[in-house]
Design a protein around this ligand. Structure first.
Ligand code: ADP
Length: 361
């Protein structure tokens, strides 16, 4: 059902995305795949549906659960890892045997327990054990790290050396990393940073973009058709919400449950709440509250697209004095990194989501 508000798990429920599905399927034997895109564009849905379709053995490390946390520790990560590895040990006999001699792992019945105490379980050892088992079975284990940028909050432990070790040595383990493009690639994996463990590693990238107008309208029509509703207001809805599949799905869901009257208003409220929380976290967690007015002014200036010069002028008007280029650059880069702005051809900056226009109101 297209209007199910949860991430889709089956390809038959995924609308459009034929190219992305094909690319992902074709690349499943690559050691590192990055699925990038704005919030709610369908990254998780794409990964889950493709892995289920090809019956890939996988663990799904959902880092979105840490969204509201200021920081996380290794124990938090290990808890998620332990649960996911146990879902494999329950399905596949013989996995447990490969964990028996691993430091910091205890086996009880059909389950494993990981330890974060003195003898802590190392992520690289867990990957090695999964690799040994997969190798024996002639299979592959895919490790999905969903919304991986949340791992930048992990204190006291670095998962990158383990991923790099697996990349270089473990032929039967591969990674799918999802998240916002800049933060995952540049800030978390640091693929372009010379002293990063993952520097220069080859990877496949799948971009999941928002729907264009025509696709958005077709998505709505198909979703409503599934519900036996003949829907003709696709264009109006696109004008109100833009082409984010997450918002369109929510609109359809509310429309079916509550009727036409509430759907647009509720969806806009839902999207605004989510976006404003993200903006708030960005300002508070990033220690940017002192510059809040500057950030809001830049977003305001970019409502209908603006140039670098427009932004500099707007900041100078706000402060009544000259603002140096370095400051403008930092503010813009932060807003791009966190996907609040996008840079389009001809050096113009736009709001990444049209609904952000209403955040200041
Ligand atoms: P992300 O992981 O990018 O945040 P999700 O996979 O959680 O996005 O999708 C957000 C919402 O949009 C979910 O309700 C999901 O069901 C829906 N959705 C996204 N893309 C599609 C698609 N191509 N077809 C059907 N529903 C989609």
């Amino acid at each position: 059902m297209l209007f199910d508000p949860r991430p889709k798990e089956k390809l038959k429920d995924i609308f459009d995305r034929e190219n992305e599905v094909e690319l992902l399927k074709r690349s499943l034997d690559s050691p590192l795949i990055i699925i990038s895109g704005l919030r709610r564009t369908g990254k998780t849905s794409l990964v889950k549906s493709v892995l289920n379709e090809v019956k890939a053995i996988h663990i799904f490390l959902d880092m979105r659960r840490f969204e509201n946390r200021e920081y996380i520790v290794y124990k938090d990560f290990l808890g998620v890892l332990e649960r996911e590895v146990n879902s494999i040990t329950k399905k596949w006999k013989g996995v447990l045997d490969h964990f028996k001699a691993v430091k910091g792992v205890s086996v009880a019945g059909m389950s494993l327990s990981f330890s974060w105490g003195k003898e802590r379980t190392e992520f690289s050892d867990v990957l090695s054990s999964l690799n040994d088992w997969a190798n024996e079975k002639g299979r592959n284990v895919t490790v999905v790290i969903d919304e991986a940028q949340e791992l930048m909050k992990l204190k006291g432990y670095d998962v990158l050396p383990s991923i790099a070790y697996a990349f270089d040595n473990l032929r039967n383990v591969n990674f799918i990393i999802t998240g916002s493009e800049v933060r995952v690639k540049t800030k978390f994996l640091k693929l372009e940073k010379e002293n990063s463990p993952l520097y220069g590693r080859a990877h496949v990238e799948v971009n999941v973009n928002t729907f264009d107008k025509e696709t958005s309208i077709k998505f709505l029509e198909k979703g409503f058709e599934e519900q036996g509703i003949n829907f003709r207001k696709g264009e109006e809805v696109y004008e109100g919400l833009g082409g984010n599949p997450g918002w369109l799905t929510y609109y359809g869901y509310v429309y079916v449950k509550e009727g036409d009257g509430q759907a647009m208003e509720y969806t806009r409220m839902y999207a605004r709440k989510l976006l404003s929380k993200e903006l708030c976290d960005f300002l508070v967690e990033g220690g940017r509250l002192g510059s809040k007015e500057r950030y809001l002014r830049v977003l305001e200036t970019c409502k209908s697209g603006c140039s670098w010069k427009d932004i500099k002028n707007a900041l100078e008007a706000l402060e009544g004095r000259e603002v140096n280029d370095g400051t403008v650059h930092t503010i813009l880069q932060n807003l791009l990194d966190y996907s609040f702005l996008v840079l389009e051809g001809k050096g113009k900056y736009f709001l990444a989501d049209p609904l952000m226009k209403e955040l200041n109101d």
